[in-house]
Design a protein around this ligand. Structure first.
Ligand SMILES: [Fe+2]
Ligand SMILES: [Fe+2]
Length: 156
């Protein structure tokens, strides 16, 4: 079982930040692809968007599974059981984000380059999802920073 000494929690926080940098990089690629619908070469643009979104979907699902399996959620609960509401809320969001990614992906794969209305709607949904994921990740880092700073304060 993982020790909950400040040092190991510092590692947990550093690992989370590093994993979030990878997610952020993939999110930024999808965000860039949604910024403008080109008038020409739309087929290439759509292929590029699908490729980046597919990578993001796989990566976020792996990331969320890792957070639940051996990431920060359990150590936070062990150290601060009073934060169980926030931890459970993050877990619930994982389940919804996974479903949301699936729903958008299932629509995106069928979209053709001349589907103006459906492209507009899907981009809108992707932007909303991206904003939610960024907010989710920010809250996770704030939670870990908070617990870590409390832990140092309580032990030193
Ligand atoms: Fe998460
Ligand atoms: Fe995360």
């Amino acid at each position: 079982m993982r020790s909950l000494a400040s040092e190991s929690f510092s590692e947990i926080a550093a690992t989370l930040r590093n994993e979030h940098k990878i997610v952020t990089d993939l999110v930024n690629k999808v965000s860039a692809a949604t910024a403008l619908v080109p008038a020409i070469n739309r087929g290439d643009w759509l292929d590029n968007l699908k490729r980046h979104f597919s990578r993001l979907r796989v990566h976020i699902n792996n990331h969320m599974a890792a957070e639940e399996r051996d990431g920060f959620l359990t150590p936070v609960l062990e150290l601060r059981p009073t934060l169980s509401f926030e931890v459970e809320h993050l877990r619930k969001e994982h389940a919804e984000i996974a479903r949301w990614l699936d729903q958008i992906w299932n629509e995106l794969v069928d979209i053709r380059e001349d589907d103006d209305l459906l492209i507009g709607d899907t981009l809108h949904r992707i932007k909303h999802l991206i904003s939610t994921v960024r907010h989710h990740e920010e809250r996770e880092e704030l939670l870990v920073s908070f617990v870590f700073s409390q832990d140092i304060g309580g032990h030193n």
